[in-house]
Design a protein around this ligand. Structure first.
Ligand SMILES: [Fe+2]
Length: 185
């Protein structure tokens, strides 16, 4: 039985109550790995692409690793579309928010903006501006995001590409999500 707080309104909470919640929250974070894995597995359904959304994520991560990316970048590649599960029209922001406390500002920025940058590959088919990403042309991470999309994301829809399984990436996810979370500033 989990010990409960005394209050029914936050306004009445004591430090003891909030200590209790803090302990629970930190234990909660320790179970993140299983939840992330389950969330990724939810992307393994039917899709109009030649491979599932999960396979796309695995392939993106495999390409990142094959190109010598570090563990954090590989995990970002693996999880860059994870927001699709719950927020398809806002997936970059959701994926980035999940990763933000555990990754560099650069990797956060890449995941946050990759949806817009990926627009380069399809928006012109709808008479829209495929170069919307150019509004960030002078941003220090602009080229990194262009490269993420061109080298890994946009080409990872290939059923014939040798892609590592989800199990392979588990230790990497564990490593990154075991870090002390960075507070939002
Ligand atoms: Fe993607």
């Amino acid at each position: 039985m989990i010990k409960k707080v005394e209050f029914t309104s936050m306004n009445d909470g004591t430090k003891n109550d909030y200590d209790l919640i803090a302990i629970h929250d930190s234990q909660n974070e320790r179970q993140l790995l299983d939840r992330i894995i389950n969330w990724l597995k939810m992307m393994d359904g039917e899709s109009p692409y030649k491979i599932s959304r999960l396979q796309h994520c695995l392939q993106t991560a495999t390409r990142a690793e094959n190109d010598g990316a570090d563990t954090e970048t590989i995990v970002c590649a693996l999880m860059h579309d994870i927001g699709d599960v719950i927020s398809p029209s806002n997936h970059s922001q959701v994926s980035a928010a999940l990763l933000r406390p555990y990754v560099s500002k650069k990797n956060y920025w890449i995941v946050l903006n990759h949806g817009l940058f990926q627009g380069y590959y399809w928006m012109h088919h709808y008479d829209e501006n495929r170069n919307l990403r150019d509004k960030y042309k002078d941003h220090p991470y602009y080229q990194d995001c262009v490269d993420f999309c061109s080298k890994w994301d946009q080409k990872s829809f290939d059923p014939d590409f040798e892609t590592k399984p989800l199990e392979y990436f588990k230790p990497m996810i564990k490593e990154i999500f075991s870090r002390e979370p960075r507070p939002f500033v």
